[in-house]
Design a protein around this ligand. Sequence first.
Ligand code: APR
Ligand code: PHB
Length: 404
Amino acid sequence: MLHRLTTQVGIVGAGPAGLLLARLLQVNGIDAIVIENRSREHVIDRVRAGVLEHGTVTLLTALGVGAGVRRGGLRHDGVHISFRGHRHHIDLAGLTDGKGITVYGQNEVVRDLIDARVATGAPLYFEAAHVEVRGLESSPEIRFRHGDDEYEVRCDFIAGCDGFHGICRQAFPEGVLTIYERAYPFGWLGILAEAAPSSDELVYTYHDRGFALFSMRSPTITRLYFQVAPDESIEQWSDHAIWEEMLRRMTTSDGWQPSVGPILQKSVTPMRSFVAAPMRHGRLFLAGDAAHIVPPTGAKGLNLAASDVLVLGRALKGFYQAGRTDWLAEYSETCLRRVWKAQRFSWWMTSTLHRFPDETAFDHQRQLADLDYLTGSRAAMTSLAEQYVGLPFEVPLESAGLPV
Ligand code: APR
Ligand code: PHB
């Protein structure tokens, strides 16, 4: 059976970008339909990064979906940078007028947003097949199959929130997009372990054998990563070998090391920096990973999705409530300013903390000097701190109809 639906904004993808946008539109009385090709369980169980910037937590709270992060999030006022066997503390809160980060799994954010949307009965389709977008310049339409039924959704605008591998960026006409890209000659092997975190704060380690990162998800779950070859197969790594390598890279001369426990999940992620510009064509707007990818070293992926959504929410509110088209026209330019600053930060963290296969002895010494300068200069620590807790959003929350 064919269902013909009409809405104001058709949202493709129920990751953080799509779900946050749906919520922001709902708060402003704008209709939307969310279309996701995977199952609800898959979207919720996907293990992803877990650092929320100060502003992202404020946004979740203003959207009325902050209860989960308030209950389960771990607020951190500092972070450690470790090299040559010593951990150096960076006082994020002290250097940024009290701002910090909150460790809360991206899948928890997604779960909270799905629960909130389902509770209102607003449309959200999982397991949509053959999703297609058309009519981008004049009368946008999304088609998909759901079970045995066909759907045709007419809308004023389409929000492409379908991640890096989605279809919306692909739907831009030939020649419209400029792609800026950098692949890194390494990936991250990541594990979730059933072990109480042995540090209250994250530890980013530069070691002769390569980068390593100590993080966490809860008072009983540790999240750890180390640098491997980009095409490394996870099957090559026994749990024993993973722990041996983690401990070798992370143990400091004062004896600090992560607590060991059963490995619950393990995977290898490639690293890239990617920007597609402009983020808009006609009535199709890209947000989040659909338009840009950062390497995870700066923990910016989800936070950039959130800032795009705020800018898009403001533009759509301005259009529906005041007939404004200038904010829609400026959408891409406004987002890209913050996107490029986060790209620069993520590239810098990545370049400073990893070993490169083609590096020279000069490069290696320069990296060590970079870290020595970073951890010994208040100015350098302040620069890291203000970027790590998150640069200000390009537009105020009030302009998108949110309480402050
Ligand atoms: N049709 C419908 N949905 C799709 C399609 C499609 N053709 N293709 C992909 N999707 C869905 C994916 O299954 C996913 O749920 O779009 C969603 C995109 O979500 P994310 O990949 O999480 O991207 P985004 O919402 O932009 O969030 C950015 O996610 O990848 C992490 O590190 C990244 O933290 C960042 C955040
Ligand atoms: C994580 O906890 O998964 C995490 C933390 C910091 C990063 C990347 C990932 O930079």
